[in-house]
Design a protein around this ligand. Structure first.
Ligand SMILES: [Zn+2]
Length: 167
């Protein structure tokens, strides 16, 4: 997927990171994959993307090692779901950084917070996206819950612990 000139060989790691992760749809899809949402229709519903936009990004994410395709059976038909790889799951602090930045600088008028980062080790809400601001635990997908009022279940639940090998 070419959206601009290739920054993948630039010396600055911020530029290389933006090259890999800078597409807004890719970040929203990663939000779903690390949340345990792995199937095309459900990802589409959550990110509100058209089929072609989503299909193109998922293909890119598999090619670049952010996600892996995994087969499942759907009424006798083999379909594929998308799991975050370790590289994809390692983007979690970036998603947290977006959350914390947006809550500070682009507050949603008249609305409660839309995403709360909860440490599963101590149960506290974290004001930091990398390590729990209460107990210091690293906030990886296996020990974080998000409280998202916009989600179906409205309940805190663990982020996915499923991490696939790229391919
Ligand atoms: Zn904690």
């Amino acid at each position: 997927m070419v959206l601009r000139s290739d920054w993948s060989e630039r010396p600055c790691p911020i530029a290389r990171g933006i090259d890999a992760l800078g597409d807004p749809w890719v970040l929203l899809i990663l939000r779903e994959l690390v949340s345990g949402v792995h199937r095309f229709e459900k990802i589409r519903e959550q990110v509100e993307a058209a089929d072609n936009i989503l299909a193109k990004r998922l293909k890119y994410m598999v090619e670049t090692g952010l996600a892996a395709r995994s087969p499942y059976q759907d009424g006798g038909r083999t379909r594929y779901e998308y799991l975050p790889t370790q590289a994809g799951a390692d983007a979690l602090p970036i998603l947290h950084a977006y959350t914390l930045w947006a809550e500070k600088h682009t507050p949603s008028e008249g609305h409660a917070r839309r995403l709360t980062i909860v440490c599963r080790r101590c149960g506290a809400e974290s004001n930091s996206g990398e390590a729990c601001s209460a107990c210091g635990a690293a906030l990886t997908a296996g020990n974080v819950s998000w409280i998202r009022p916009t989600y179906d279940d409205h309940l805190p639940r663990p982020l996915t612990e499923t991490v696939a090998q790229p391919g």
